[in-house]
Design a protein around this ligand. Sequence first.
Ligand code: 13P
Length: 251
Amino acid sequence: MTRRPWIVGNWKMNLMRGEAITLAREVAAIARDVEGRVDVGIAPPAIWLDPCVGAADGTPLAVYGQNCSTAEKGAFTGDISASMYRDAGAVGTLVGHSERRHVFGETDEQTATKVQRALELGLDVILCVGELLDERRSGATFEVVERQLRVALEGIDLSRITIAYEPVWAIGTGEVATPEQAQEVHSQIRAWVRENYGDSDADSIRIQYGGSAKPGNAAGLLAGPDVDGLLVGGAALTAADFGAIISAAAG
Ligand code: 13P
């Protein structure tokens, strides 16, 4: 089965309002150009979601949140619920990004709750998983990834889930995983989905790679048969670089 490439830019805590709107407009035009060949998304800072949704209106560009609350609503100062993202026009959200796990100390259990909350409140989910450098060095890569997947996806219908494999040591470091390293873990993830959810989910679920993806390495990473897309940080902050990555995915 063919899985359409799925390229998402995670803007993290970057760009001011005017810059965000300009970039969203530029990426929306690119998304229109590759419609039907590559699916394109952006995850802007939540405060710029509304104007970015406006910039994407009428185009195939998907606008995502970067995170969501474990709760539906209430006394959670500073938090943003999945239903608020939905109401602002987001169609999905990242959950379990390594910066949420390792900078903000979010646990596997909190990540699992966020996956459930996002799905029940109407958002698709990109679930991020990945090992630390020490874990890779000690040979624990898939043990860690498997635990993150198992806890977050227990009892979850996978039809609205993308998995993003983001080795933590490759994020923002310029040290990209080799295409072989990415493909190896992606194939293990797909085998895990096959064993636990069956052939149909394993064949259809899209698995993105993230971690120092750039115009110069995108085609090589995407050549892996189980690498279905990219979750891009730094290189998603200019239309030139992000557009080049999308072009690599369009082939
Ligand atoms: P970089 O592409 O900047 O390494 O970030 C990857 C990432 O964390 C995307 O979510």
